[in-house]
Design a protein. Structure first.
Ligand SMILES: [Zn+2]
Length: 61
């Protein structure tokens, strides 16, 4: 999975949730099916959370 610069954060799910990654991936799929075709999951190491993000301004970033 490639990472992008300055993505728009759509959701943030604390790593404290044992199913956080599965939830994040599911949410990313929901976003991809609607308004955010570039939605995907990042892991925010300092924040200890999975984030669902979308690229800013489309796929060119
Ligand atoms: Zn990314």
């Amino acid at each position: 999975m490639s990472h992008c610069t300055n993505p728009v954060e759509l959701e943030r799910i604390s790593d404290a949730d044992l199913r956080a990654e599965a939830r994040a991936e599911w949410l990313a799929g929901e976003y991809r099916a609607s308004d955010h075709p570039t939605a995907h999951v990042h892991y925010d190491l300092p924040g200890q959370a999975f984030t669902v993000v979308a690229r800013q301004g489309g796929a060119s970033a």
